[in-house]
Ligand binder design. Structure first.
Ligand SMILES: [Zn+2]
Length: 77
């Protein structure tokens, strides 16, 4: 009998999702949850949203500024 394993995908999509970032310095990618980003935005400017143009994400390894690999966002503003 063949057992089909269920993918865990549901779990990952159950909250707000993540953004991928790339660090030139370490030549690696990492991801960050929107919830974490929003925490930072709230501390920096007091408002949050699905945007990254005024949010600076640093590489967890070297502390250099990392680039977002994607600009997701249901609302453009
Ligand atoms: Zn780095």
């Amino acid at each position: 009998m063949i057992q089909l394993k269920k993918k865990k995908q549901e779990r990952e999509h159950e909250d707000f999702g993540r953004v991928m970032f790339y660090c030139k310095h370490c030549n690696k990618t990492f991801d960050m949850e929107w919830e974490t980003i929003w925490d930072m935005q709230e501390m920096t400017h007091g408002y949050v949203g699905y945007h990254l143009y005024d949010t600076y994400i640093c590489c967890p390894d070297c502390g250099e500024l990392a680039e977002a690999l994607e600009q997701p966002g249901p609302n453009p503003i």
